[in-house]
Design a protein around this ligand. Structure first.
Ligand code: BG6
Length: 512
């Protein structure tokens, strides 16, 4: 090997991604669920893995009075409960010193002025270099007032050549109109480059691997089109019910909660064309084209192409569970869907006539998210003659749990007779790489600190996705003749109508 070809041993193993920079992270809604369950545990895990930039200060911004010490103790308890790795005292003690609490109402301008002073002080004391990441983990009705007050305090720009960025949690609007409004509000103060709309599914290891699978292997791309693919299925199943989120979920439902964002994002990764390079905008340019190519349903088509369901009482893993309408905070006459199955079409050359079936539901028998690509059958000659119909090849991308990829193919059963059966070639992240994948939030927080927006949704992606979803909501909202809300027992795979949606096309949902 020539000197030139030999890898630099000091760079080996280093990725070529942008480096996260020292910064202050201000979390609005610091006493909420997301901060406890995801954000602070994610930051701790980044610290434990030695990936946190040398100077990071985390400032919890919330209404209730609290000292830094009280906030640290609360975060310690939450992190011990929710962290991916066991919390080690020596690492926690160091990390806790970078946690601070800032008490203020979201609407109180003076609170932001004081925040600005505190951030300047932290720049001087901790070396956060004027870089600020504002994480909106509060409820969406508060976003507008927070953005306005950040601007009034001059915090939308950063002093001394640093940067200011906002991370916005979902739901990003409830329809196209509200999403546009929110985008306008945010962009009065922060440019698109400063805006990071989070979709935590994009931070999941296997979701990121879809692009590698497709574009770093020469064998898949030639087959990845209508000529070889019969159909695609995307399933996100959860055993959980609505938990204690009825206040939000009643107004959202499965279509807004999961399809508009997470499932359409997965569809984009599976369906997009190869980007010209790996830059954030090149990738997002290709993704948005997929959403734009989604065939819009006419009002009278929604009933045949989309099934909505709501769980009734049933059992999960042998335990009885209540019906959705009996859950705490749910209207006993609620029409909110907890399940939805859709038959989609992407109208472009690659996907012409390939149906894409998407289903998502709560209180299903098993939790799991996967994408399966079902290839066309081998021609009906040789082994595929009438008596021995053989299965299709199926490529399954398991997003969670047990992340990995498997390929179903045909093999001869050993023995003197000639029998053919399906076998699986299986790749498991856990065994191949021998280490657990980081949580989605870890990756996304690091990317935002590094200024890499690839795994965040751009304004046009979000708006296009709403434009598509709105057509379904509009058909559901008509006074007369709206498609019915089907029912399914908790612990089943959704309403029978979802199976019929597939059966009409001579297909069936894959068993998870
Ligand atoms: C959230 C939804 O965005 O994603 C929840 O609001 C859902 O309803 C959750 O349970 C699923 O995410 P994960 O990472 O647990 O699969």
């Amino acid at each position: 090997m020539s000197e030139k070809q030999r890898p630099n041993p000091l760079r080996e193993g280093l990725s070529n991604r942008a480096v996260p920079q020292p910064c202050a992270i201000v979390i609005f809604g610091a006493t909420g669920d997301l901060t406890h369950r995801k954000l602070v545990p994610a930051l701790y895990n980044i610290a434990a893995d030695g990936e946190l930039p040398p100077a990071v200060a985390v400032i919890g911004f919330a209404r209730r009075p609290k000292t830094d010490e009280e906030f640290r103790a609360e975060m310690e308890e939450a992190t011990r409960k929710h962290s991916r790795q066991t919390v080690r005292d020596e690492i926690w003690d160091g990390f806790a010193q970078s946690l601070f609490y800032h008490q203020s109402e979201f609407a109180d301008e003076a609170g932001y002025k004081k925040l600005a002073e505190r951030l300047d002080q932290l720049d001087a004391e901790s070396g956060t270099r004027g870089n600020r990441l504002f994480y909106f983990a509060a409820s969406p009705e508060q976003f507008e007032i927070i953005v306005e007050n950040l601007q009034k305090a001059g915090l939308n720009k950063s002093p001394n050549g640093g940067w200011a960025r906002v991370i916005l949690e979902k739901p990003f609007g409830t329809d196209l109109k509200s999403a546009r409004h929110l985008n306008r509000v945010v962009q009065r103060s922060f440019s698109e480059d400063q805006t990071y709309r989070i979709d935590h599914f994009l931070g999941k290891e296997t979701a990121q691997n879809i692009l590698v699978l497709r574009f770093a292997n020469a064998i898949f791309e030639p087959l990845w089109n209508a000529r070889y693919i019969d159909h695609v299925q995307i399933t996100a199943a959860e055993t959980l019910g609505v938990e204690n989120r009825a206040g939000y979920y009643e107004g959202a439902g499965a279509l807004r909660d999961m399809v508009q964002n997470h499932l359409l994002q997965l569809l984009c990764l599976v369906g997009m064309e190869p980007p010209t390079d790996l830059g954030a905008d090149s990738i997002r340019d290709e993704k948005v084209k997929v959403v734009r190519s989604l065939r819009r349903y006419k009002e009278d088509e929604v009933g045949t192409q989309v099934v909505r369901g709501q769980y009734g009482a049933g059992a999960i893993a042998g335990e009885s569970v209540a019906a959705y309408r009996e859950e705490k905070g749910v209207d006993p006459k609620s029409h909110t869907e907890t399940f939805v199955a859709l038959r989609l079409r992407v109208d472009n050359w690659r996907w012409a006539d390939v149906p894409i079936y998407v289903r998502v539901g709560k209180r299903l028998p098993k939790s799991g998210t996967e994408i399966s690509v079902h290839f066309k059958k081998a021609p009906q000659v040789l082994f595929n003659r009438e008596s021995q119909a053989i299965d299709q090849n199926v490529l399954v991308i398991r997003i969670q749990p047990d992340e990995g990829i498997s390929l179903r193919m045909q093999a001869k059963v050993p023995g003197t007779s000639f029998r053919i059966e399906s076998v699986k070639m299986d790749f498991h992240y856990g065994t191949s790489f021998g280490k657990a994948s980081p949580e989605a939030y870890e990756r996304l927080l690091l990317d935002a600190m590094a200024g890499d927006a690839t795994l965040f949704a751009r304004r046009d992606e979000v708006e296009q996705a709403w434009a598509f979803i709105d057509t379904i909501h509009e058909a559901w909202a008509v006074k007369e003749g709206a498609p019915k809300l089907c029912s399914y027992p908790a612990g089943s795979w959704g309403p029978e109508e979802a199976d019929e949606l597939m059966a009409r096309d001579g297909r069936a949902w894959r068993r998870l």
